[in-house]
Write a protein that binds this ligand. Structure first.
Ligand code: GLY
Length: 405
């Protein structure tokens, strides 16, 4: 099994780790549960004649429903890469070639993106979760070429006057300028990857410029972030921060902060610039300090109705995965605190209350997609499952490295 770069800091953590209480997360049991839910989903999506439509991607399950609501893989459907990504992770966990075959078939449904002009910033979610994981596990040259082509396409949305990627070209009039959303941080990973794998070196510069400008403009003095930053398209001047999926312009939308934690952890990995390591700890700490006891955030930290407001398991899964990387970059004591926090999140996510379990084929319940639009509230959502299985695999690799396996 490949050792990831973020495991390099592990030896520094060893002293602390030796005194760590036994993990409350049974990773193998949790991965076996995910595998059984993956197989169940495949079975439930198969029609009477035994066929799967590989262009239809599971998206969410309302709390009152028991079957996946699927959406066609189109350039507008930002979630279409998560299901292929889950299949790749399940293949990584099980080594089952049948799962790999299904991963390849679903992944192929996104190839059209390499021949399509960029519709918006979500290309990283779409292609790096699917083709990116596929390449990591197979090294297929055709996968590499798709990622390189899509990275070039994403870069066409970069505005040098602003220094960021335009997240939603279709919303320029609505927001009154060049808009960049915090979620966009995740898509930078594909640009860094492309620059290191035969793509144009400028792709990495674009990613770092975006990360720096976002760090400068997209956060409040307490390190909580806006969902959307609006800039003057021509002069590049920052105009205002506001929300789209959060409760208020000045509130901390849980998944937005989660994208920031995950994104800046990745930017530090790619740049090794200590500015980002310092910054991501501040962004992380304000989130951790304000969590409820079970470490599953309310969908927005100022949501109406707290403590009865809906939780967002997806944000918890994104942050758990990020912390299992970040814990290897910071000094040992702090790393241990991040590791413990991540395990606490995974333990809560794995508890009966949040399992899809018998009644649903999803791994997790209780995420919030878009509260202001009234969509996918208190639902199972595919990206919660994606980051949950990713986090489990990261924890498993940490445990294996510690055990010297
Ligand atoms: N990228 C959209 C979301 O996080 O809901």
């Amino acid at each position: 099994m490949k050792i990831l770069p973020y495991l390099a800091g592990l030896s520094a953590m060893c002293l602390v780790a030796c005194t760590r209480p036994a993990s409350t997360v049974d990773v193998d049991e949790a991965l076996a549960y995910c595998d059984s839910q993956v197989r169940r989903t495949l079975q439930e999506l198969t029609d009477e004649s035994g066929r799967l439509d590989y262009t239809l991607m599971p998206r969410n399950i309302a709390d009152t429903a028991a079957v996946w609501h699927c959406r066609k893989a189109t350039k507008e459907e930002w979630c279409a890469g998560f299901w292929p990504g889950i299949l790749w992770y399940d293949y990584e966990a099980t080594g089952d070639t049948l799962i790999r075959q299904e991963a390849e078939r679903y992944t192929a449904s996104l190839e059209f993106l390499s021949r399509t002009p960029a519709y918006d910033h979500d290309l990283g979610f779409l292609v790096f979760c699917s083709y990116g994981n596929g390449w990591r596990l197979t090294q297929r040259d055709d996968y590499k070429q798709v990622i390189l082509d899509v990275a070039d396409s994403l870069a066409t949305l970069f505005n040098p006057s602003v220094g960021t990627i335009l997240s939603w070209p279709r919303e320029v009039a609505t927001f009154g300028g060049h808009n960049t959303i915090m979620d966009n941080m995740i898509n930078l990973e594909m640009l860094y990857w492309a620059a290191r794998h035969g793509g144009r070196p400028e792709l990495a510069d674009i990613a770092t410029t975006h990360a720096r400008r976002t760090m400068e403009c997209h956060f409040r003095p307490d390190y909580t972030c806006y969902h959307v930053a609006v800039y003057d398209t021509l002069t590049g001047e920052f105009r205002r921060g506001c929300t789209h999926q959060g409760y208020r312009d000045d509130s901390m939308w849980a998944r937005g902060q989660a994208w920031a934690i995950y994104g800046y952890t990745m930017v530090y990995r790619e740049t090794k610039d200590p500015v980002y390591l310092d910054f991501v700890q501040r962004v992380t700490d304000v989130y951790l300090e304000r969590l409820p006891e079970d470490y599953i955030p309310y969908w927005d930290f100022s949501a109406p109705g707290i403590p009865d407001a809906p939780r967002d398991a997806s944000a918890a899964a994104v942050v758990a995965s990020a912390l299992l990387e970040l814990c290897g970059y910071v000094p040992a004591e702090k790393g241990e605190a991040y590791r413990q926090a991540a395990e606490r999140m995974l333990a809560s996510l794995g508890s009966g209350a949040l399992r899809g379990g018998g009644c649903k084929p999803a791994f997790r319940r209780r995420s919030v997609g878009h509260w202001p639009a009234g969509s996918a509230i208190d639902a199972s959502i595919i990206y919660a499952d994606y980051y949950y299985i990713e986090a489990l695999l990261r924890l498993k690799k940490l445990q294996q490295a510690e055990a010297g396996k």
